[in-house]
Design a protein around this ligand. Structure first.
Ligand code: PSU
Ligand code: MN
Length: 310
């Protein structure tokens, strides 16, 4: 069986891709494991609505019934928001889930894989995975980074999750040849905060500029994706030192409770939400909406560029 057998692309998305209209991929792990139920339902639907308002077709991805889903029905979207019996599926898990017909939420890595298979070039999320703090000893390095090294999708994010080691994450991306562009910023954003202290080599002022870099990269046949660091809007930014202190506490608690590997992020995000009385969650929502909006505009700019190529 070929790839098409496993891919289930919603007709609206297939039409848009065929007619060269912009489509943006969205992940489902952020729903199932990154946000609390039932608040995530509102997010899931609003995320898609934001894209439609920009004239862009949303393609939330997931693994349901032995298929790689590109675009979900409203019912499927709700299903992905209820984390009961929904696994967190990264690259290594995909074949196992498909073969068993299990339902799984796609991470940044798997969403990139599925987007690329469908021909979608732009994807928006909250924050990418990266090298965990202490990763030089635990080797806990998100598969997201390796995916960025090999799969041709531009990922718009508010930097990497702040619970990670941002310096090591940037080093890894450099080694793997992944361009990291700051969208109207000189620094790699730190999720809840606009600044991380880590300077970026490239700053882009417009969506068109980013689209041109994407095109040249792929024209050259350079494999892999791009990271677009889009800082959280100022009005929702949280205090860096305060957040860092809370994150350190949450990571310590995770360690004491023996939480490891892929369970760390969901645990820590839930802890942070509690420790900040929901303030961190509100910021998380806003930075994601902001990324989705920018991704929609990048997808539109990229499509314009591709239209003019004969
Ligand atoms: N960032 C968030 N919330 C999330 C994630 C990232 O704010 O839920 C998810 C993404 O799906 C990302 C994954 O791909 O965490 C990375 O997990 P890990 O570190 O286990 O690879
Ligand atoms: Mn990990």
């Amino acid at each position: 069986m070929n790839v098409e057998y496993y891919l289930d692309i919603r007709p609206e998305i297939a039409d848009a891709l065929r007619e060269n209209r912009p489509v943006v991929a969205l992940e489902s792990t952020i729903l199932s494991h990154g946000m609390p139920y039932p608040e995530n339902i509102e997010f899931a639907h609003k995320a898609e609505k934001i894209l439609r308002e920009e004239g862009v077709i949303p393609a939330t991805t997931a693994i349901i019934g032995g298929k790689l889903k590109v675009g979900l029905s409203p019912e499927e979207l709700d299903l992905m928001c209820n984390p009961v019996d929904i696994g967190k599926v990264s690259r290594r898990d995909v074949a196992v889930y498909l073969a068993a017909g299990k339902t799984g939420a796609t991470t940044v890595a798997t969403t990139m894989m599925i987007a690329a298979m469908a021909g979608i070039r732009v994807f928006a999320t909250g924050g990418i995975g990266g090298v965990h703090r202490g990763g030089e000893n635990t080797m806990d390095i998100s598969a997201d980074l390796q995916e960025l090294a090999s799969t041709p999708v531009a990922v718009v994010c508010a930097g990497a999750k702040m619970i990670l080691d941002l310096g090591l994450t940037l080093e890894y991306l450099e080694t793997m040849g992944v361009p990291v562009l700051g969208f109207r910023t000189d620094e790699f954003p730190a999720f809840y905060c606009r600044r991380s202290g880590f300077k970026l080599d490239y700053r882009a002022e417009s969506e068109e500029e980013i689209a041109r870099i994407m095109k040249v990269k792929w024209d050259l046949g350079l494999k892999g994706g791009l990271v677009i660091g889009n800082p959280i809007p100022e009005e929702y930014e949280l205090d860096y030192d305060r957040m860092n202190a809370v994150i350190t506490d949450a990571l310590k608690k995770a360690d004491e409770q023996g939480i490891r590997g892929k369970y760390i992020t969901p645990f820590v995000l839930a802890e942070l939400r509690e420790m900040t009385d929901g303030v961190s969650f509100a910021s998380n929502l806003e930075l994601a909406y902001n990324n989705i909006r920018v991704a929609g505009r990048i997808a539109a700019a990229y499509n314009e560029l591709m239209k003019n190529v004969s």
